[in-house]
Structure formats: structure tokens, C-alpha cells
Design a protein around this ligand. Structure first.
Ligand code: VG1
Ligand code: CO
Length: 543
């Protein structure tokens, strides 16, 4: 077996987005494309000789091929050992767990998360550091810089490694250890939550439905919910991971998780429903005929954290991404702990967690997590909810309504306009930025704009600054409209409009979010000229 140095040329488009590099599969299949990016990672992270790497993905189309290339390149780059999930499978939170548990140098995670999979669909790759979290912007910027000047990469000439049996093999001088993808993660969950209490709840006739959406969490949910916690067989639906997610869109929201939504809003609905995404880091929580917004879910977990053994000692602080509603801020205030506001993307939470400043983190995009790993964690959120339900012995709906009565309700919605022509989307953002001065102080009905800005974040741990993280229109009563361009899409531009209005009056809490936000939506469309500039009358998805 010999190491081959292959001459290559840079691709101009390898800038990692919100969560790594995501492109269509045919883009990744171009000669040298994946190899260039992997070599750029290796050159940027400068792992010591003999270091250990974790590799795994969400099982989507091209996962196996990509892993074989990465293994051979890791062997050529001097890594001593790679831990890889059986079948090439590791959910994103499980990869984070394994990176941390075995004190490895880091890991490469293959996923395009909630985006569809298949020969013409999406694929993705990202590097996570030794803390188990997505590389910081300093590292991703370095990777991008390398990718623009790369002239060769190294790869071991060797046969493919079998990934389907547990155990150890070698690739050149490098060890390849195929590990059970579920075990380490399941043990971590058992150390955080009261499995006995959840088992008793499930035994008492409390019914649950978990939709794995034919994505990576199927085996995790089946093992933990059904095998270890005793949920009745069939509580996990769509539990077999498929390379194309069964043709679906593995995005756990009311639009794409429609099978589950039908069950949870149907006659004889179970007491609790949940879904997770392609790589298992997102979650959607439902009660009987009831939807919990992710922003509320974060606030609720924080307010009820003491129910779970892993969080009994209290929370150091909470962090939420900027567009996420301020519901968690109110809980933080009541608990007398700090609440941090970061740009979108889990990579911004890592430093805060490493420094012990925050315990819980969340995003409006169906992501919640804690310092048990350094990724958001779908099944963790489900288990946290079940633990709370086991302790409080109330329905999901009544727990949420009580929460609103105590803290007030942050009505919240996000409008996504997907696949827009890039110039039109940029035009909307540009117009808004140019209107800051004229908008400030303007009144629309009951709303007056107090300030407008482009969100900029200074990391309180390493002092790094991230600019242009979303346009904020802030109203005098605390309501907000945010505009942001997505950093995970692979086609044209996706414009997200986030709407939030706070309501203290419990008599108004029964309102539908779309009704409560009606006026703000009109303002959002009006001041951005969105319909005129994009030609879109309606958003692609409303969450
Ligand atoms: C989206 C979400 C963001 C999330 C990111 C990665 O990013 O809005 O909150 O962190 O996806 O999640 P963007 O840039 O498209 O808005 V995942 O589950 O796709 O790794
Ligand atoms: Co995801």
C-alpha cells in the first residue's frame, strides 16, 4: 500500500456555511471535489501524528463512498486511528458524544441534515473539534482559505474497508475501529435522565409516537425508547434509515413531518409525539392536538430542568440564537442566570459551553441541546420532555399553557422563501439595510420601530467578531422582525423572515400564532418589498 499524491486545482465554492459544506451529490462526485475539501480540513487542523479521528454520517446517499475516501486520506495524513460508526452511521449528536468520550482529536460528520437525500439531492461534510462541537469560524475560514490554494492531496492506495462488522482492521498503519453507533450515546442519555420514571410513565398507558423520518435516529430511537424504556413496539415510526429518506424531506416541522402530524391531530391521538431530522440533531415536540414551538420548548426545558437528574444541580446559563424567541430570556431572568444571544448556528454555542457559562442552548429551527455534547440533540430533547412529563404528570398542552400564564407568551413564526434568485434575495436585504434610518421611529398601527440593525456578535470567550448575522427590526414593545439569508441551502437563496410578538395577557394566549402576528407579517412584507422583489406571494414553508 502506498501513499499517492494527486495533483489538483482549487474549486472556488468550498466555503462552509452555517453547518459545514453542503452541495448537491453530483457536485461532490466531481473528481477531486471531496478530496480537496478533506485535505483542506487536514491542512487547517494540523493534527499531531497518530491522532484519533471520528467519522460517521446520517446514512444518506454517498455516505459510504465518502467515508472510504476520508479513511484513505486520514491514513495518508498520519492519523493513528479512526472510530467509525457501523455502516458509516453516526447521528450528529452521537458523533459529538463519541468525540468527547474517547478524547479524540475531532471528527468528520457527513450530513446535509434536514435537506433531502439521493443521487441528485444534498450531501454535506463538516469538521468537529475535540470538544465535540462544530469547528469555530476561525477554523472554517482557514479551511476555506486552504481550499482556494490547494494544489495536491494525499490518499492511500488501498482496498475499501468493511464497515458492517464491529471490530478493528487496519488501513496502512492506521487502525480503523468500527463501533456500535448507538451504545455510547444511549449510555450518555441514561446518565442524564430518570429512565425508571420514564419507564413507569410508559407502562402506565401514556402513549408516544416518534417519527424518525427514515433518517439516522431510527436505530437510536428504537433502542432507547422501545428496547430500554419499554415503549410499545411501533412507537417509533419510519425507523429504518434510507439513503433517500424514503423520498421525503427529513425536516421535523408541521409541513414535512405530515405523517406524524396527522396522527397527533387525529382521533385517538397518542399523548406525546416527536420527530427528528436527517442527522438526528433537530426535534419537533407535539402533544395531543398540540404543537410546541421550538422557542417555547427551550424555555420550558429550562424552567423544568430540575426534573431531570442530569440538571438537578441547576443551570449555569442559557444561550439562544438571535432569531429564536425571547421566551428563554424570561426563564433565565426568573432563575437569575445569564442568557446569551448568539448568531444562528450551533458553532457559536461551543465556546460558551466550554467556558461553563451556559448549560442549555437552543434555536428556533427545532434545535435544543445542552453541554452533554456540543451539538443540538433531537432525541435528548425528546427524553428531556418525557422526563418532565413523568414528573409533572400533566399533558403537554397544560404544561405549556401554565408556562405561558406564568411567563407570558412569545408568539412566534418563521416564513421561509426557498430557492429565490440570489439577486432578488440580496436586493431585499440591501433595501432593508439602506432603510435603517428612515424606518427608525416609524409607527405602523400599534407598532413603533425603535431600532434597526444588522446583528453583530462578539464572542465573550475568544473575542472573535461575527458581522452581518441578520437584519433586526426591533419594536418598542419588544416585538421583532428578523430577516436572514440561509447558510445551509444548495439552490439559489433562501430568505427567512422571523416574527415575534410578546403577549403578557393570558386572555390572549389561546390565539393562533398566525392571527396574533397578522399585523407584524403585513409590516414585514411591506418594508422589505418582498413580494414585488421576489415575485413570491407566499412563503414555501411556515413554521
Ligand atoms: C439552519 C437553521 C439553523 C441551524 C442550521 C443547521 O441554518 O436556521 O438554526 O443551526 O440550519 O442545522 P440556515 O443558515 O439555513 O438558517 V442542521 O440540523 O441543518 O445541521
Ligand atoms: Co440536522
Amino acid at each position: 500500500m502506498s501513499i499517492r499524491t494527486v495533483v489538483t486545482q482549487p474549486f472556488p465554492d468550498q466555503k462552509p456555511g452555517t453547518s459545514g459544506l453542503r452541495k448537491k451529490v453530483p457536485v461532490f462526485q466531481q473528481a477531486h471535489y471531496l478530496e480537496n475539501f478533506v485535505q483542506s480540513i487536514f491542512d487547517s487542523i494540523a493534527a499531531p501524528q497518530g491522532a484519533t479521528l471520528v467519522v460517521g454520517g446520517d446514512g444518506r446517499y454517498y455516505n459510504r463512498e465518502a467515508i472510504q475516501i476520508i479513511l484513505k486520506m486520514a491514513a495518508a495524513d498520519g492519523f493513528g486511528e479512526v472510530l467509525v460508526g457501523r455502516g458509516g452511521i453516526l447521528s450528529t449528536p452521537a458523533a459529538s458524544c463519541v468525540i468527547r468520550k474517547f478524547n479524540t482529536f475531532g471528527g468528520i460528520i457527513l450530513s446535509a441534515s434536514h435537506n433531502p437525500g439521493g443521487p441528485k439531492e444534498d450531501f454535506g461534510i463538516k469538521f468537529n473539534s475535540s470538544n465535540g462541537g462544530p469547528a469555530t469560524e476561525t477554523v472554517t475560514d482557514a479551511i476555506f482559505a486552504k481550499s482556494k490554494s490547494i494544489s495536491s492531496y494525499r490518499i492511500l492506495d488501498a482496498a475499501d474497508v468493511s464497515l458492517d462488522e464491529l471490530g478493528e482492521t487496519t488501513l496502512g498503519t492506521m487502525k480503523v475501529k468500527v463501533i456500535d453507533p448507538v451504545n455510547d450515546y444511549a449510555e450518555l442519555m441514561a446518565s442524564l435522565f430518570d429512565f425508571d420514571a420514564i419507564r413507569a410513565l410508559l407502562k402506565s398507558g401514556f402513549r408516544i409516537k416518534f417519527d424518525a423520518m427514515h433518517a439516522v435516529n431510527g436505530p437510536y430511537a428504537t433502542e432507547i425508547l422501545e428496547n430500554r424504556l419499554g415503549a410499545t413496539a411501533g412507537s417509533v415510526m419510519n425507523g429504518i434509515p434510507l439513503e433517500d429518506f424514503g423520498g421525503g424531506h427529513p425536516d421535523p416541522n408541521l409541513t414535512y413531518a405530515h405523517d406524524l402530524v396527522e396522527i397527533m391531530y387525529g382521533d385517538d391521538a397518542p399523548d406525546f409525539g416527536a420527530a427528528s431530522d436527517g442527522d438526528g440533531d433537530r426535534n419537533m415536540i407535539l402533544g395531543k392536538h398540540f404543537f410546541v414551538t421550538p422557542s417555547d420548548s427551550l424555555a420550558l426545558l429550562a424552567a423544568n430542568a430540575a426534573s431531570a437528574p442530569g440538571y438537578k444541580q441547576g443551570l449555569a446559563g442559557i444561550a439562544r440564537s438571535m432569531p429564536t424567541s425571547a421566551a428563554a430570556d424570561r426563564v433565565a431572568k426568573a432563575l437569575n442566570i445569564p442568557c446569551y444571544e448568539t448568531p444562528t448556528g450551533w458553532k457559536f454555542f461551543g465556546n460558551l459551553m466550554d467556558a461553563g457559562k451556559v448549560t442549555l442552548c437552543g434555536e428556533e429551527s427545532f434545535g435544543t441541546g445542552s453541554d452533554h455534547v456540543r451539538e443540538k440533540d433531537g432525541l435528548w430533547a425528546v427524553l428531556f420532555w418525557l422526563n418532565i412529563l413523568a414528573v409533572r404528570k400533566q399533558s403537554v398542552e397544560s404544561i405549556v399553557r401554565e408556562h405561558w400564564t406564568k411567563f407570558g407568551r412569545n408568539f412566534y413564526s418563521r416564513y421561509d422563501y426557498e430557492g429565490l434568485p440570489t439577486e432578488a434575495a440580496n436586493g431585499v436585504m440591501q433595501l432593508l439595510r439602506e432603510s435603517f434610518t428612515s424606518l427608525t421611529g416609524t409607527t405602523f398601527g400599534k407598532y413603533t420601530i425603535q431600532t434597526c440593525d444588522d446583528f453583530s456578535y462578539t464572542d465573550s470567550v475568544d473575542g472573535s467578531v461575527s458581522k452581518n448575522q441578520g437584519v433586526r427590526i426591533l419594536f418598542s414593545d419588544g416585538s421583532r422582525i428578523i430577516y436572514r439569508l440561509s447558510g445551509t441551502g444548495t439552490e439559489g437563496a433562501t430568505l427567512r423572515v422571523y416574527l415575534e410578538a410578546y403577549e403578557a395577557d393570558a386572555a390572549q394566549h389561546h390565539l393562533d400564532a398566525q392571527d396574533a402576528l397578522k399585523e407584524l407579517i403585513v409590516i414585514a412584507l411591506d418594508i422589505s418589498e418582498l413580494v414585488k422583489r421576489t415575485g413570491r406571494e407566499r412563503p414555501t414553508v411556515i413554521t
